[in-house]
Design a protein around this ligand. Structure first.
Ligand SMILES: *[C@@H]1O[C@H](CO)[C@@H](O)[C@H](O)[C@H]1NC(C)=O
Ligand SMILES: *[C@@H]1O[C@H](CO)[C@@H](O)[C@H](O)[C@H]1NC(C)=O
Ligand SMILES: *[C@@H]1O[C@H](CO)[C@@H](O)[C@H](O)[C@H]1NC(C)=O
Length: 433
């Protein structure tokens, strides 16, 4: 009897040591007791998973942005890893109660300016940037460090129908601005680049839908879906550029598009990595990251066909049945998709991050963290933190700092009703591998 128990104990120990990676809470900080609150398009304006970035680390500092109860845009700064937050108020009020109208932050490494783009949904962007070197000097955190708000990027006019403002830093340390022009279902993804203090236009790299390096197509015609209350997103696509977004290739290495002159479109060959019709409530703008070998890992989410072949209303059926999926490029170049075995219980999106050992951590709505180890081939999915049971009281979707992942800072807003303001908070998780 004893021997059997000992063997069982040993087996359990082995299972545990090979288990999915864990996380632990480093801190949970109140940024604003009264963030603006209203639900539109199933989201809140302070915390959208597609924001790049609402929380952003750069060298010694981390920045966060949100709208306070009156709609004024607030920028916070702390010294990493655990300094107190200082705030300043930009001279800009949220123009409309639309959750798309997020604040996005970027830093240009060449001159240490902090860039802010905000408050647009198929409308003019509002933009400002700081004095040079504010991001590196840590000089006083006051609004006068920022230029007056404009509807252009410096002298670059980017038009009047802007959505999804996102800043990214290239491997060559240029700051780029990725944004959509046009309207949902008939938009184009555009690229502008900041170098030597000037913004220039690179042009459109995808049109007639919505495409990203990973993305999905959105049709304007509801007729592509089985139900008028469905989502007209279909298929997941992947393509890449090795020259800072000028020319584009599919995963087989075939040249498929050139920014400005021949944008990728819904008929471009060889870019679909997961085929799915428009009847499954597939979400757009979800999340992606790249592993240590340079391969892409994507989170998508939709209602699997075993639950229904026709999502009649995505706002009710996604919370009931949608699952996240981990879709990644294997070493042999083909794409592998694994269903993450937990319901999202929300319309909202999930965010993927990886640690240095390529273990995967997915922060689902309500700050529910599920993980899978590389050692298991990303199959041992486990819930390692559940913000509902720990009482965080999170309003569904979250956003996180992609520039610093150990620890990872997750921005969330507490739930509320109507338009009663609620707390904007930042929780830091150590990724334990
Ligand atoms: C923003 O709105 C507040 C009231 O909510 C008002 O006092 C303030 O003047 C407005 N500021 C700007 C820049 O519009
Ligand atoms: C490529 O690798 C994946 C993951 O290891 C595997 O599931 C798939 O069968 C492989 N495909 C081919 C064509 O070898
Ligand atoms: C998190 O906890 C809530 C409340 O108990 C539960 O409904 C939900 O299914 C849990 N989520 C996961 C992913 O385990």
């Amino acid at each position: 009897m004893k021997l059997i128990k000992a063997i069982v104990g040993l087996l359990l120990a082995n299972v545990c040591s090979g288990a999915a990676p864990t996380v632990s809470v480093v801190s949970n900080t109140l940024l604003d007791a009264k963030g603006i609150f209203f639900v539109s398009f199933d989201g809140v304006v302070n915390v959208d998973s597609f924001q790049l970035s609402a929380v952003l680390a750069f060298q010694s500092f981390q920045y966060a942005a949100w709208y306070t109860s009156t709609g004024m845009a607030i920028l916070g700064r702390r010294t990493l890893p655990s300094g107190a937050w200082s705030t300043l108020q930009l001279p800009h009020n949220l123009s409309t109660s639309d959750s798309h109208n997020v604040i996005s932050l970027g830093v240009s490494p060449q001159d240490g300016k902090i860039h802010v783009a905000l408050d647009c949904h198929s409308s003019q962007v509002s933009y400002t940037s700081s004095v040079a070197n504010l991001a590196t000097s840590g000089a006083s955190w006051v609004a006068s460090q920022f230029a007056p708000i404009t509807t252009t990027l410096g002298t670059l006019n980017i038009g009047t129908e802007i959505t999804y403002p996102q800043f990214v830093i290239t491997p060559t340390n240029l700051l780029q601005f990725v944004f959509r022009t046009g309207v949902s279902g008939n938009g184009a993804t555009q690229l502008a680049e900041y170098s030597a203090g000037t913004w220039t236009n690179v042009g459109s790299w995808a049109s007639a839908g919505r495409a990203h390096v990973s993305g999905t197509w959105r049709e304007q015609s509801g007729a592509v879906s089985c139900s008028s209350l469905g989502l007209t997103n279909h298929d997941t696509v992947y393509f890449y550029s090795d020259d800072l977004g000028r020319t584009w290739f599919n995963s087989a290495g075939t040249h498929i598009g050139t920014s400005g002159t021949s944008p990728i479109n819904v008929n471009t060959a060889g870019i679909i990595i997961d085929a799915l019709d428009a009847d499954h409530g597939l979400m757009n703008q979800e999340s992606q990251t790249v592993d240590s070998t340079g391969r892409i890992h994507i989170i998508i989410s939709y209602v699997p066909g075993r639950f229904t072949q026709c999502v009649e209303n995505y706002e009710t059926v996604r919370p009931e049945f949608a699952r996240p999926f981990h879709l990644y490029q294997a070493t042999n170049g083909s794409f592998v998709k694994v269903e993450i075995p937990f319901f999202i219980q929300s319309v909202g999106r999930s965010q993927i991050v990886m640690d240095a050992d390529d273990n995967v951590y997915v922060v689902m709505p309500f700050v529910r963290v599920v993980t899978a180890s590389k050692a298991s081939g990303w199959t041992d999915w486990t819930v390692v933190y559940n913000g509902t049971t720990t009482g965080l009281d999170v309003f569904e979707e979250i956003t996180l700092d992609r520039a610093r992942v150990t620890p990872v800072s997750v921005l969330y807003q507490q739930t509320s009703t109507g338009t009663t303001p609620s707390a904007v908070k930042l929780i830091d998780f150590a990724l334990n591998g």
